[in-house]
Design a protein around this ligand. Sequence first.
Ligand code: 5GP
Length: 243
Amino acid sequence: MTAHQKLYEGKAKILYTTEEPEVLLTHFKDDATAFNAQKRGQIVGKGEMNCAIATHLFKLLEAQGIGTHFIDRPAPNEMLVKRVTILLVEVVVRNIAAGSLCQQTGLPLGKVLPTPLVEFYYKNDALGDPLLTRDRLLLLELAKPEQVEQLTQQALCINRILTDFFQQCNITLVDFKLEFGLTSSQQLILADEISPDTCRLWNQAETDPNRRVMDKDRFRRDLGNVEEAYQQVLERVLATKIS
Ligand code: 5GP
């Protein structure tokens, strides 16, 4: 299927229409941004690596009954996906305290949470993606009450599947961000990507808090060896079979 016109260009991906109205082509870029695009750079080979990792994880989730937008990977940095209307809500699941949770609550980095935490953020760059309460989410009509429940259950189910999978890779899934969309038949499915750009992943073979980081925090915090970390995630993910 060939790309027709550019529909949307985001920070990490470009979306094109195809000859099928319900099918879009996603091009994964090497561009990297952080802190609401205040920091910009390139991670060489990121497009291909993230596309391969996301493909494997979408196939894993589909095999476990989770509906995703994934259709096919026609080229190393291209993914064919179902056309959806993206909900303007970022769903974050946390297993271990890190990032904004530590900054906003004072919880120490690395504290294992008693149960996974599901949070909603407003997908709005101009406002800096603020944390939402359920009532604010409903007030802004970002989702219907039954969809909020569905998003929470889906996110927890995805967390169980991914946590088990990454455990087999000797990687700890600290936290991650999901985006969902509605198909033309109003089915709520997982969209966007799951990759080291959108997850915190810690190498279980390392105890040092900087050396263990295998995700975009290496770029955000100038820890170096960003490409090597993504490559390591890719190799371990691909070496772990989908059961
Ligand atoms: P935090 O709220 O601690 O900054 O992020 C929590 C998790 O969600 C991290 O794994 C982070 O990578 C992911 N995340 C949150 N917001 C975004 C976003 O706007 N873009 C990307 N790529 N990841 C995000």
